[in-house]
Structures are given as structure tokens and as C-alpha cells.
Design a protein around this ligand. Structure first.
Ligand code: G
Ligand code: G
Ligand code: MN
Ligand code: NA
Length: 250
């Protein structure tokens, strides 16, 4: 397939970019972090969504290379910010299957000079699916570096609450489908409320994804959600647009 061939060459041609989406604390309205989101600027196809190219990269064994590049790029970028905002980076389940993940993360911290407590890695439940003591051991080793671990897209997939017991996550990200439906669908609203309550009881912070309206924000704040991310605050932007967001929040 031609997308596959193009993807193999994309590195050499410097076609990847990292965009950053702000996350705001509902406690004090400060921008407390950013999620790094990979982008592929294809010369003919234009911006190719990660939803399209990440699965292909996984299939052809290129995901670790792309993931390592995003990680190092995002750590370097964050190390240059005027504040101590956190940087969240997505990890593909396949990156856990490859030897050297812990060393790669340690090297990204060392090379960039980013303090470990400013790095957060987002993993999905599927990482824990074929649990293996091996996966948990890697998560514990990552934690030992001093970084934070977030569970992404919570509420979708298998959503076993047992996962929250098998590893001490620092954060749960509530999937945007629940936030989107919250104003019109009682079941979604109940699920959001339950996840936030669970976070409060377990001492895990909660980030609501895909927040687009003040109504959603007010409701999430009232229920005790820790942080929000979504178009209401900002779309994902290139590094060159971050200054405007820093200025807005100070
Ligand atoms: O930014 P956007 O909504 O188009 O991202 C689509 C999906 O791609 C999201 O689910 C996001 O988690 C995933 N994604 C974005 N960047 C990366 C990345 O660097 N690595 C991995 N593994 N997934 C990513
Ligand atoms: O990592 P994750 O799978 O959660 O990726 C987040 C994705 O959601 C990104 O691709 C981002 O572009 C998208 N996104 C972020 N904020 C919003 C929002 O407020 N509304 C919608 N519809 N999509 C969003
Ligand atoms: Mn994510
Ligand atoms: Na998510």
C-alpha cells in the first residue's frame, strides 16, 4: 500500500510534527499541562490523522520509532517552556512489547533535561489486557523514574475496574464520547459522575477529554473533576502557537 511506503520514508523527509493540546485545572483555571499529539504532514494527502497512520505504523512495526521520536521531541519542547506545565505522551501497547522502553524513556529525560515529574505517559487498558507480570513490572519501572502514568480513554474498551487496583495510576482520562453525550444522555452523565467519584475515593486525578462547552465545564467542576481538555480551551496547536496560550493563562 502506498500509505505504508510513504510512512516508511516520512522520517527521512521530516514529515512528522508534534501538536500540543492544553489541559486546565478546574481548581484554579491554570493551564497545568499539554498532551502531545502526533501529526503527519503528507505532501499530497495533507494532514494525515494519527487515527489513520498509527494503526498502519503498528502493523508495519514502525510505531516504536515514531513513538520514540514524539517522546523526545515533546520532552525537549516542554523543557523549554517558561512554566513547569506537564507534558503527556501517548504510548502504543506495542511499545510495551519491545525491549528497552524504560531505557528509552530514561534517555529522553536525560537528553532533554526535563524533570521526570513533568512527564506523564498515557496508556490504554489494552496494555493491561494480556497482563503479564511483565507489563506491570515495566509500569512500575517507569514509575520509578519519577514520571506519572495516566489511563487514557477510560470507560471505553473493557473498562475493568480491576485495572485501577492492579496498578496505582496517577490519573484517569474520561473518554470524550461520555463528555460529548453528558448534556443529553443521562447514562453518560451517570458514568462521568461515577468515574469522578471513583477518582476522588481512590486518590486518582481525573481529566475530562473533549470538553467543548461552558455547560460541560461547570458540571464537571461541580462533580469534582480535576482537569479538562478540549476545544473549549484550545485545539491541538503547533509548538509555535504555544506562547499565546502561556500568555493567556498568566
Ligand atoms: O489528535 P487526534 O484526535 O487526531 O488523535 C487521534 C488518536 O491518535 C488519539 O487516540 C491519540 O491517542 C492517538 N495518538 C496521537 N498521537 C499519538 C502518538 O504519538 N502515539 C500514539 N501511540 N498514539 C497517538
Ligand atoms: O489520546 P486521545 O485518543 O484521547 O486523543 C484525543 C483526540 O481528541 C485528539 O485527536 C484531539 O484532536 C481530539 N479532540 C481533542 N479535543 C476535542 C474536542 O473538544 N472535541 C472533539 N470532537 N475532539 C477533540
Ligand atoms: Mn491520549
Ligand atoms: Na483519550
Amino acid at each position: 500500500r502506498t500509505l505504508e511506503l510513504d510512512l516508511r520514508r516520512a522520517f527521512a523527509l521530516r514529515q512528522f510534527e508534534v501538536y500540543y493540546q492544553a489541559q486546565m485545572s478546574l481548581h484554579d483555571k491554570q493551564v497545568v499541562g499539554f498532551e502531545a499529539l502526533a501529526r503527519w504532514r503528507h505532501p499530497q494527502r495533507g494532514m494525515v490523522s494519527p487515527a489513520a497512520f498509527i494503526p498502519v505504523a503498528e502493523e508495519i512495526g514502525l510505531i516504536s520509532q515514531i513513538g520514540e521520536w514524539v517522546l523526545l521531541t515533546a520532552c525537549r519542547e516542554a523543557a523549554s517552556w517558561p512554566g513547569n506545565q506537564r507534558i503527556a505522551v501517548n504510548l502504543s501497547p506495542m511499545q510495551f512489547g519491545k525491549a528497552g522502553l524504560v531505557e528509552t524513556v530514561a534517555a529522553a529525560l536525560a537528553t532533554s533535561g526535563l524533570p521526570p515529574e513533568r512527564l506523564e505517559l498515557e496508556i490504554t487498558e489494552s496494555v493491561l489486557l494480556d497482563d503479564t507480570a511483565g507489563t506491570l513490572a515495566i509500569l512500575h519501572q517507569l514509575r520509578s523514574l519519577g514520571i506519572r502514568i495516566a489511563m487514557d480513554d477510560f470507560g471505553t474498551g473493557y473498562s475493568s475496574l480491576g485495572y485501577l487496583r492492579s496498578f496505582p495510576f496517577d490519573k484517569v482520562k474520561i473518554d470524550q464520547s461520555f463528555i460529548r453525550d453528558m448534556p443529553t444522555d443521562g447514562d453518560s452523565a451517570a458514568i462521568v459522575k461515577a468515574i469522578i467519584g471513583l477518582g476522588i475515593s481512590l486518590g486518582i486525578s481525573t481529566t475530562a477529554e473533549g470538553v467543548e462547552t461552558e455547560e460541560q465545564l461547570n458540571r464537571l467542576r461541580a462533580e469534582g473533576c480535576t482537569d479538562i481538555q478540549g476545544y473549549l480551551l484550545s485545539k491541538p496547536v503547533p509548538a509555535s502557537d504555544l506562547a499565546a496560550i502561556f500568555n493567556r493563562s498568566t
